[in-house]
Every structure is written in C-alpha cells, then in structure tokens.
Write a protein that binds this ligand. Structure first.
Ligand SMILES: [Zn+2]
Length: 368
C-alpha cells in the first residue's frame, strides 16, 4: 500500500504552498523533496536565473528513463495566478473549493497533484510504463516563460500532454490560437494649446482618427484583434506630442496573424496625414498549433481516454498555454482539460471525480 498521500491530500498540501509566478521556490522544493524521497530523479534547470525567478523548471524521471529513446512528456505548471498563502480549502462531498476569499489554485496544482501521484504510483507499485518524464514549469501565468526556457532538445520527445485546461477531463485543445502583440506610437508636435495651437500637431487626434479606422473584435471565425491600452499626453495646456497604443491579434495560423498585423499597420499609416508619423512594431507572444485528428499525438491521447473511460472531446480554443510553446519547439503538444473550473477567481473549484479522472488518463497515457 502506498504510504504517500492520496490524490486529494496531495492536492490540498500543494494548494497550501504559496507560489505565484516566478516565486515558486517553496512549491518547487516541496515537489522535489517528495519525489526524491520516492526514488524519482529530479533535475531543476537554470530557468530561475534566466527568468529572474526563484525556481527553475523541474524535470522528473521515473526509474529506467532513457534519454536516448523516444519519450513522452506529461506536464503542468507550478505557479498560481494569485497567492494561495491564506487559503482555506474546503472539501465537500463532490468538490474542493476555497472559502471564497482566495483562489483555489486548482489551476494548476491539480495538474501537479495528478502527475506527482502518477510518479509515486509508478515507483511504489513498480508499474510497467512507457519511456516518459514529467515536467513542472514556472512562470506560466505571466507569459508561458518556463515552457519557453525548458530545453526539450536533449530528449527524444514525441509528444507532450499539458494538464492545465480548465475544461472538464475529456475535453482537449486540438487547435489553439497564436498571439502576437503590436505597439504603435503616434508622433505629432507639441505646442502651447492656448498661445500657439497652430504650431502643434495633436498625437491624440492622430491616434483617435487612426484607431477609428481599425477593424477590431472578432474579425472572422479564426481571427480576433484588440487595442488594449492607450497612453499619451502630458498636460491640459499642451498639445500632445506622443500617444502609444498596444494591441494583440489572435488566429489559428501564423499567416493569418501576420496578414492581420499588416492590415493594422497599413491602416494606421494610411490614416496619418503628412503632418504626423507613426512607429509600428510587433512581436510574437506564442505561435498557434493545429493537430490533425489522425495525428499520432491525438490518436494516442484518444486511445488513452477510452482506456480511462473518458469520452474525447477535441476543441479549438482562443487562449494559449504551455502547449503552444512546446509545439513551437517541435514537440507536438495538446492542452488537456483537468476541470479546475472558474480559474483565476475566488469561486474556483474542482470536482474530486475530475481529479481522479485526470489521474486515470495520465496513467493510461504512460502505462505500457
Ligand atoms: Zn494554468
């Protein structure tokens, strides 16, 4: 019989550890200690230094792991979106929630608990398993940072399963958008607004005229665009010289994103008359991914779901996750529903049955 904590107790102990993004030291230490005690080899990478955080990504290798053989990765993120330092988790008959004054931290400590329990099962029960390892990342909530710095190239990774989507187990993100951001700075000319208004060019007028020409919101079934921030102007009696806007574009293909960014840039530039100017820059935040229904990653997943008694439900999704980063590195990855519902809110909860079903799925993915 396992002497280590069961799934629910493990989850409760994890959510009680404070660990917001890039301040995951305590939770990383707890996970490392628990797994090492059980005979799991744990390696922490150098992401703490690279990202300016307190902990790196944690790679966990079950006994017999071979880095010269094809391997699958099961992964979750260590950080929570807000502090759980004052959490008072409440276990009801069917679910676990906070007392309403904090988040629960099911996003993503539920994923962590499931994968830790899997590793403990394998060592305690000497279960036969495929070649796999578990990766716990840092800094997910603030920008998928740990997944970005995690080096998978030293392993023969054939696929990654991310235990982090708030949908119920069975639902998984087969197609996810990519996200690029843009910044546009409108430059006019300052002058005293009362004494010499003829000498000024209002950057606020330049910006507002330009923004009004942009197509924003849901552009089509595959594309969204938003202007999210605007800053500019310095004084009530000065014609504003600079206004900066920031925005984003999301779509399911890199081409679609770059086409839309080009339209935005051209629209802004065209709307500026010869009196002012605009500086435009863009940056890829994360790339999109799309997996075919008959891809090896997806067929292996759906087979494991059936083994675990879970009905597969692939979806397209307009949010990003660590899976986007792994796909961009060449390791095909999907994000799996774990049922941490109403994430990022104080109403967050998880059904105990969903924890168990994710654990059954993780087990089915790696059992040979
Ligand atoms: Zn998450």
């Amino acid at each position: 019989m396992p002497s280590s904590p069961g799934l629910v107790d493990l989850f409760l102990s994890l959510v009680r550890i404070d660990g917001i993004s890039l301040a995951e030291r305590h939770v990383a230490d707890a996970v490392t200690a628990l797994l090492r005690q059980a005979g799991i080899r744990v390696h922490e990478d150098d992401s703490a230094a690279r990202l300016g955080g307190t902990a790196g990504n944690i790679f966990c290798f079950p006994p017999g792991f071979r880095n010269d053989l094809p391997a699958i990765v099961l992964t979750a993120h260590l950080d929570t979106v807000k502090s759980t330092a004052r959490i008072n988790p409440i276990v009801e008959s069917t679910l676990i929630r906070s007392d309403g004054t904090t988040i629960l931290g099911g996003d993503d400590r539920a994923g962590c608990a499931v994968l830790i329990r899997l590793l403990l099962d394998i060592t305690e029960q000497s279960l036969s398993h495929k070649n796999f390892f578990v990766l716990f990342t840092v800094g997910e909530e603030t920008g998928l940072f740990g997944a970005g710095t995690a080096d998978l190239s030293r392993y023969q990774t054939t696929g990654a399963y991310v235990f982090d989507c708030s949908k119920r187990p069975g639902t998984y993100i087969r197609e996810a958008v990519g996200l690029s951001t843009f910044t546009a700075t409108f430059i006019g000319k300052t002058a005293h607004s009362g004494v010499a208004p003829e000498e000024g060019i209002s950057a606020i007028q330049l910006a507002s005229a330009a923004i009004s020409k942009l197509e924003l919101g849901r552009i089509d079934a595959d594309t969204t665009a938003n202007v999210g921030t605007i800053h500019g102007g310095e004084a009530l009696n000065a014609i504003p010289e600079r206004v900066t806007i920031e925005g984003e574009v999301r779509a399911f293909s890199p081409q679609r994103i770059s086409e839309r960014l080009t339209i935005i840039e051209n629209t802004l530039r065209r709307s500026i008359d010869s009196r002012g100017s605009v500086q435009f820059s863009q940056k890829t935040d994360f790339a999109p991914y799309v997996h075919a229904a008959d891809s090896p990653l997806v067929t292996a997943l759906e087979r494991a779901m059936h083994t675990a008694g879970i009905e597969p439900h692939p979806i397209r999704y307009t949010g990003g996750s660590d899976a986007n980063k792994y796909n961009a590195k060449g390791t095909p990855a999907v994000n799996l529903g774990i049922g941490a519902q109403k994430p990022h809110s104080n109403e967050e909860f998880i059904l105990i049955d969903d924890l168990a079903r994710s654990h059954a799925l993780a087990t089915a993915l790696v059992r040979s």
